[in-house]
Ligand binder design. Sequence first.
Ligand code: CA
Length: 250
Amino acid sequence: MQWLLAINRGYLTTFGYILCPLGAVKKMRILVVEDDSLVARGLKQGLSRVGYTVDLAGSAEAAEVSLQTEAFDLAVVDIGLPQADGLTLIHRLRARGSLLPILVLTARGSMEDTICGLDIGADDYMAKPFRLPELSARVRALIRRANSLADACLRHHGLTLDTGSHTATLDGQLLDLTNREWAILETLLMASPNVVSKDRLVQTLAGWDKDITPNAIEVHVSRLRAKLAEGHIEIRTVRGIGYRIDAPGN
Ligand code: CA
């Protein structure tokens, strides 16, 4: 696959990482949904080489399992998949409120599919065959855009998380949070009112602590609850699933 050989490694090696608040470096994770194993392996190899962590799914169904259990920063989705196609997958994800950046891959000449993909919520598309450097550039742009959109305030009643300055306030008072508490709270607020699974939180914290366990999540959540109690903001346990942040009085 010639396009793989076209990678300029020196130019691209620093991509795939994002500098997180407080200086922690988190590796970006991409899900590639592609049933053609040769293309899938090529994408994995090429994107890994420029610094991303890449997981593969050979069908829409396998992709949904991965997306429900693990946290990703972007998905590359082929439209032509066995059983449910890529468009169906994107439609389902957006219907659930997912904001995951999605880059669609289409066969050459399938312009109708492409337009349809963008209409139902894909962020960008590329026609096959594509050159890996161009795909990398588009991936990078989408991730950058998603992160700059995320660089804003998350508000929930009296609670505000300013992701730009990395400060949290509760009823106007500064809230002292650890990195891990911040990450959990940010994930819960971004998903609200949906439930966030404990596994998803483990994945979220894995950027800081690769040995994080579900029990450790419980400890962090219990400390967060104590800190939020004065604002009457509750982190509810949804038995067997995970946690959800609730408004006062709900
Ligand atoms: Ca395909």
